[in-house]
Design a binder for this molecule. Structure first.
Ligand code: PMP
Ligand code: GLN
Length: 378
């Protein structure tokens, strides 16, 4: 049997969470909260079930939810998207990303991807015959070298994937980055896939630079979001994609056949919950407190770090502790110390000798305390 994805194995998240269970380790690897969502949201799901929202939702998602999201996008980024034509509710951001790539990428199209990168972009590009063109961001600041991007753009460049706030590094793009991207792609047909699942997890007063703030970019962009990240419900697998009508028309052609529509009662509950903007505005402060608590606890350790600017991931270097490969070090940490993390090299196969781990701090204080005890003892 010839595999269409010969180089793809099981994702690191599955592997690490499984090992964490096996070794009864504290799990700061796969990104998910270990605390429950707001009981009000759970109550709304119960209401949705009682109110008999059990049948198929419309293909693009509940109209009321899309209206609410159009308003939210306009309030946040001052760009008007049409609920009818430009927003589609998806089975998590993962399906939105996969659908966006499959709707547009054809054999030999080049797609620029910044490394390290979240793991779902490249397999989808390759599955459709596209060629990922990699641009490295280097630790510890992980800045994008726009001159390098410029040198890699050519007539075959179909799409550029950006992700801010960024998984796994916890960095964010600045306005200047978006302006550079705009300048480099102005007057081209290059599409932007902007993965903004962590839009509300941004710290120290920074503003999220959505492509939606830049109309010249937005007219060629598909943006992906995730309620799993925003409302502490990663297991619900609901997100959405936003794009101008001409792009969304193509997106929906694929969406209708790879899922048709997604979970109806949850959409109903999310729409009700979104009526109170506090529910997402409060997230930055909520997670900033967790980041600061975690960092204060591990300050005395031998790990070196720059505080995450966004996401619920903190990266740290252990080069003062060991020069083992990060995959080996992470494995030993689970087996010998009872702490599961993600070795950052899995997001960048070409990475050389960087001793960096990713820690998820979307955890209860008690969990963070136990993890910090281990981290400071190494
Ligand atoms: N993009 C990034 C950067 C992510 O970290 C994740 C995973 N949480 C996703 C997309 C996928 O989101 P979802 O769980 O909604 O599919
Ligand atoms: N986005 C999550 C992370 O980065 C994991 C999602 C998944 O398991 N696919 O940890």
């Amino acid at each position: 049997l010839s595999s269409k994805l010969p180089n793809v194995g099981t994702t690191i998240f599955t592997k690490m969470s499984k090992l964490a269970q096996e070794y009864n380790a504290i799990n700061l690897s796969q990104g998910f909260p270990d605390f429950p969502p707001n009981p009000k949201l759970v109550e709304l799901v119960k209401q949705a079930l009682d109110n008999n929202h059990h049948q198929y939702a419309p293909l693009a998602g509940l109209g009321s939810l899309r209206e609410t999201l159009a308003e939210k996008l306009n309030n946040s980024y001052q760009l008007k998207y049409s609920a009818e034509h430009e927003i589609t509710i998806t089975a998590g951001a993962t399906q939105a990303i996969f659908t966006a790539i499959s709707a547009f990428i054809q054999p030999n199209d080049e797609v620029i991807v910044f490394k390290p990168a979240y793991d779902c972009y490249e397999p989808a590009i390759e599955l459709y015959g596209g060629k990922p063109v990699l641009v490295e961001m280097r630790a510890p600041e992980y800045k994008i070298d726009w001159q390098e991007v410029s040198a890699k753009i050519n007539a075959n460049t179909k799409m550029i994937v950006i992700n801010t706030p960024h998984n796994p590094t916890g960095t964010v793009l600045e306005k200047e980055d978006l302006l550079q991207l705009q300048q480099l792609t102005e007057n081209t047909n290059i599409l932007i896939l902007s993965d903004e699942v962590y839009e509300h997890l941004i710290y120290d007063g920074k503003e999220h630079q959505s492509v939606a703030r830049f109309p010249e970019l937005a007219k060629r962009s598909l943006i992906t979001y995730s309620f799993g990240k925003t409302f502490h419900v990663t297991g619900w697998k609901i997100g959405y994609c936003v794009a101008p009508k001409v792009l969304m028309k193509e997106f929906r052609k694929v969406h209708q056949y790879n899922v048709f529509c997604v979970n109806h009662p949850m959409q109903w509950a999310l729409n009700e919950y979104l009526q109170n903007p506090e529910h997402y505005i409060e997230l930055s402060a909520f997670y900033q407190e967790k980041r600061d608590f975690f960092l204060a606890q591990i300050k005395g350790s031998r790990f070196q770090f720059i505080p995450a600017q966004g996401t619920y991931f903190q990266t740290a270097s252990y080069k003062n502790i060991s020069n083992e490969k990060d995959t080996d070090f992470a494995l030993r940490l689970i087996k010998e110390k009872g702490l599961a993390t993600i070795p950052v090299s899995v997001f960048n196969k070409n990475q050389k000798d960087e001793q960096i781990l990713r820690f998820c701090f979307a955890k209860k204080k008690a969990t963070l305390l136990k993890a910090a005890e281990i981290i400071t003892s190494i």
